[in-house]
Design a protein around this ligand. Structure first.
Ligand SMILES: [Zn+2]
Ligand SMILES: [Zn+2]
Length: 358
């Protein structure tokens, strides 16, 4: 079958990848569409280490093609994928907090191989493939009425952003918000802040071309700083006293520093973007004294099996429109161009189409 493989120096469509059948508690999923997230580009940019060769991709929708013994999901079910595995037995799993489960990020044997050699599975998924094998906890049923790109996005960018705003920061109507980084997660964060009734939504991005889509999503102010040091005074002039919640979506310590310094008393700064390994923050601890919080946030800090159906319902009711974020849908062969467009800020969310028509 075909898959998009990162070999450490380049991305290639490889038609010689094999995938094993699902074992106990596993399912095989035929991928219909997969979104390109900045996390997929991180191994390419060397920001996170990834054994190679590897199939990238982790934001996808497809159909269950085969089910192993004990799988709870039937063949034919349309599903969205999640990176989170779970043991199902620890106290965090019992509490519905799988992002804290020690098994959630544990590597397992990759289902992919090439000529008998292992091909790794990026973040326990490897969704840029015609077929993948995952645990049955990693698939969440999704209604047929939701278009493929929107369904795929729900599984990563949207669930992460809405979890961060609604469940982690617990944003209330009338509060003010700062969002740094207007990529896929940042734009979804703006949508979530607007849905929560935020009064000011101040967005920071170094790319002025992002202003239009940011405002479409609900940004009330847009700042293009030439240096992160310009952010705090700019935020203070727009929202005197600071913002109630700040969401750092770029994985950039300079932006995280600005986010913390932009907080009002009682403010919450949430880390959404994955910082590079070893990145450190020079924090004036006294500044947090007035009931401020600095919060890590993995995949929205939510149970995707609870949050994702809720978000899907909101899409179906017309309360949540993700379609403005869908910039490009291309066949697998267009992947290299899509990666280049994402890295250079020319697209918001791009998608790879699989299946017979691709
Ligand atoms: Zn992602
Ligand atoms: Zn667990």
């Amino acid at each position: 079958m075909r898959a998009l493989v990162w070999d450490g120096t380049g991305l290639h469509v490889d038609s010689t990848i094999e995938v094993r059948p699902p074992g106990p508690g596993e399912v095989a999923v035929d991928i219909a569409m997969a979104g390109l997230c900045h996390s997929d580009v991180s191994p390419i940019e060397g920001r996170i280490s990834q054994p190679t060769p590897a199939v990238l991709g982790h934001e996808a929708v497809g159909v269950v093609a085969a089910a192993g013994p004990g799988s709870r999901v039937p063949v034919g079910q349309r599903v969205v994928l999640t990176v989170l595995r779970r043991c199902g037995e620890c106290r965090h799993c019992r509490d519905g907090r799988p992002t804290l489960c020690p098994a959630s990020g544990r590597p397992v044997d990759s289902p992919f191989s090439r000529a008998g050699d292992v091909v790794h599975q990026f973040v326990r998924l490897g969704a840029f493939a015609e077929r993948i094998v995952v645990t049955h906890d990693q698939v969440i049923p999704i209604p047929a009425e939701i278009p493929d790109p929107v369904a795929a996005m729900l599984g990563c960018a949207t669930v992460t952003a809405f979890g961060a705003v609604e469940d982690r920061a617990r944003l209330r109507a009338g509060e003010s918000v700062l969002v740094t980084g207007a990529g896929g997660i940042g734009l979804n964060t703006i949508l979530a802040a607007k849905a929560a009734g935020a009064e000011h939504i101040v967005v920071v991005d170094r790319n002025p071309a992002k202003e239009k889509i940011a405002r479409t999503c609900g940004a009330t102010e847009f700042i293009v700083p030439s240096d992160p040091s310009q952010i705090v005074p700019a935020v203070q002039s727009l929202v005197p006293g600071g913002v109630d919640a700040a969401f750092e979506c770029a994985g950039h310590t300079g932006l995280l520093d600005a986010a913390v310094r932009s907080l009002a008393w009682g403010g919450r700064a949430v880390i959404l973007g994955l910082p590079p390994t070893g990145a450190a923050l020079d924090l004036v601890v006294r500044d947090l004294f007035h009931d401020k919080s600095l919060l890590g946030c993995r995949m929205g800090s939510v149970d995707p099996h609870r949050k994702l159906p809720d978000l899907a319902e909101r899409v179906l009711r017309g309360e949540l429109d993700l379609t403005p974020l869908v910039s490009a849908v291309v066949p697998l062969e267009g992947a290299a161009r899509l990666v280049d467009d994402l890295r250079n800020g020319r697209i918001d969310r791009g998608f790879l189409r699989f299946g017979s028509d691709s």
